[in-house]
Design a protein around this ligand. Structure first.
Ligand code: FAD
Ligand code: E0Q
Length: 458
């Protein structure tokens, strides 16, 4: 048996060596903890990333901050592709870039999930974490502090002792299920009623990006949409989001031929970019989208959940991984602050649960905004005013997207201030169809009345 049962050894067993598991392991080892990480799948550095497809994610300030603390930012950024804004492809064939930030200091980064995972595993292992692959958590005896794993490659089972378990095992968390068997976590899953399918835009014949590389492309079409994020190998990963029912939906668009007809009608400029549309549509799985709410993230000092295992969200703000990384920093800090694990886990939950709820809500709202509003006139006028107010009052009026994406202000603060800002924008643009007719003295007065200055260091 391991020696961590000896007094004074600070040991943690992490379930899942995905994005959050690898970062948390690194942060804790760097703080002097002993860490074992158990991962269901094989080592992606040995066998190549499972699935083989290129799937990418938007990395923003919160995620980068955690990566810096873990010593991984530089390696990750070496393969990241900058995205300055949304390139909106309208139904009539026009397109326009909507910048995310003020300038190129406020951008987001497209990173390859598989490559990111490999980098993070290397860093964790180099720091001194012990990684165990082919170890799928099956059951936990929380009284005896023993966990049982199965190696899905040969069916063998393995039992290990633990001091505390951390569930970084994603939306379908096995640790959460095990905790739910001995306590009521008050778990609730709300399905969005929309799902997604990934498709690919390969490089052009001379090896270049086929469309503008430094943007997140979006084809908003009311109740549904497509997006595309660039990969460093000059491809784009396209994600088609459709409702599960109605027309069009995954109920009516069932095979490659249906998908082609949908693209001919609604995404005509994207169609010639996706030569393997039929094969991609039929060969790739359809992903479900849901928000997971739990009232309890921990079981005394024995187990705690973070990342998607605690609060899976819909992907429309590109913050799930960023939030999971922020969770890792918070948990490492709380664990360092006290030797009382239950206290550390309770403090972690108290800090993070309200913020997770806030980003879950903002992610849901962003879906409506993305597919419905980015090409609507009221919205564009409000956005124009938002930009003016951000310039006139940089210490008070920071667009909600920027608070979420380019700052580390708590998500709950971004949600609350965003609400006030939205009210101001609606109030001040009411009855106007251009900014020219606004009374700027009145506008400034209202901003000063409703928004306090932000802290300087976020
Ligand atoms: P995961 O990354 O899911 O890792 C869980 C790990 O646990 C995996 O390695 C898994 O194999 C392992 N595991 C599972 N079960 C067991 C078990 N029983 N035993 C042992 N190991 C186990 N986020 C962003 O920040 N930006 C984006 O642009 C973005 N885009 C997205 C697009 C889509 C379509 C989706 C679905 C999500 C997107 N996200 C994005 C969210 C992001 O993918 C997740 O929030 C993030 O992966 C969560 O990290 P995690 O470590 O908690 O879980
Ligand atoms: C980002 C970056 C999957 C996904 C990821 C994202 C974003 C979107 C729409 C989607 C939000 C935005 N966004 O452009 O407002 O900023 O990550 Cl669908």
């Amino acid at each position: 048996m391991d020696d961590f049962s000896q007094a004074g050894t600070r040991h943690i067993s992490i379930i899942g060596a995905g994005l959050a598991g690898a970062v948390l392991a690194t942060l804790l080892v760097r703080r002097g903890w002993q860490v074992d990480v158990y991962e269901k799948r094989g080592d992606p550095r040995v066998q190549g990333y499972v699935g083989g497809r290129s799937i990418n994610l938007a990395l923003a300030e919160r995620g980068r901050h955690a990566l810096k603390l873990a010593g991984g930012d530089e390696a990750v950024m070496a393969q990241a592709v900058m995205m300055r804004g949304r390139m909106v492809h309208f139904a009539d064939g026009r397109s326009a870039l909507q910048r995310y930030g003020r300038d190129d200091s406020e951008v987001i980064w497209s990173v390859h999930r598989g490559e990111l995972n490999v980098i993070l595993l290397d860093i964790a292992e180099r720091a001194g974490a012990r990684l165990h692959f082919g170890r799928s958590l099956e059951s936990v005896d929380f009284e005896a502090c023993r966990a049982r794993f199965c190696d899905e490659r040969d069916g063998s089972t393995h039992e290990v002792a633990f001091q505390s378990l951390v569930g970084a095992d994603g939306a379908g968390s096995s640790l959460r299920a095990a905790m739910g068997r001995v306590a009521d976590l008050q778990e609730r899953t709300e399905f969005l009623g929309h799902s997604y399918k990934e498709l690919e835009i390969p490089p052009s014949s001379d090896g270049d990006f086929r469309i503008e590389p430094n943007a997140l492309h979006i084809w908003p079409r009311g109740r549904y949409m497509c997006i595309a994020l660039p990969n460093d190998e000059h491809t784009f990963t396209v994600t088609l989001f459709l409702p599960n029912e109605g027309e069009p939906s995954f109920a009516t668009v069932r095979d490659g031929a249906d998908a082609r007809a949908l693209f001919e009608r609604d995404f005509a400029d994207a169609l010639p970019l996706i030569p393997r549309l039929e094969q991609d549509f039929e060969g790739n799985p359809t992903g479900l989208l849901a928000t997971l709410y739990l009232e309890h993230w921990h079981l005394g000092g024995r187990a705690v959940l973070l990342g998607d295992a605690a609060h899976a969200m819909v992907p429309f703000h590109g913050q799930g991984m960023n939030c999971a990384f922020e969770d890792c920093v918070a948990l490492a800090e709380h664990l360092d602050r006290t030797d009382n694990r239950e206290q550390a886990f309770a403090d972690f939950q108290a800090e993070r649960l309200p913020n997770a709820r806030a980003i879950q809500e903002m992610a849901l709202e962003n879906y409506l905004e993305m597919r419905d509003r980015v090409d609507n006139d009221d919205y564009l006028l409000q956005r124009a005013l938002e930009q003016q107010l951000a310039e006139r009052h940089p210490d008070r009026f920071v667009p909600r997207y920027a608070m979420v994406t380019f700052s580390r202000l708590p998500y709950a603060v971004a949600l609350e201030r965003g609400r006030i800002q939205r009210e101001l924008l609606v109030e001040l643009t009411a009855g106007h169809d251009s900014l020219d007719s606004l009374d700027w003295d009145h506008v400034d007065t209202r901003v000063l009345e409703r928004l306090t200055p932000l802290p300087a260091d976020c």
